[in-house]
Design a protein around this ligand. Sequence first.
Ligand SMILES: [Zn+2]
Length: 148
Amino acid sequence: MKCIYCGNAESKVVDSRSTDEGNSIRRRRECLQCGKRFTTYEVIESTPVLVVKQDGTRQQFDAHKIKSGVIKACEKRPVAIRDIEALVASVEKQIYNSLEQEISSKKIGELVMEGLKELDQIAYVRFASVYRDFRDVTSFIEFINAFK
Ligand SMILES: [Zn+2]
């Protein structure tokens, strides 16, 4: 980021916040040479993340799918929609922050489970029973016992 006053390439960020739309970051910078301050808007690059499913097929990551899965797991449970939304947003953030271009559906399931564990244990078990590959009843019971 070149200084708009003197053209110097070195500057430090003094303030940084995302815009309301959330797709760009507004940065307040200070030139290391002339000391003047200027503002830059940097677009957050959103390269699509691909989800690798268990059968090896890939599809574009879609946070809405996570949300509907979580809502389903939380059915008739005392969980507020804003908590569900916060969980989905946190999973989404972790996926994008990992900077990987591909993520397995299993890994996404684990991230969601981590969040649900804090939120509601019944919803957690419901979700886990779908996402974990329970081969038999015994392994399911072992899993339930593990977090009692
Ligand atoms: Zn300058």
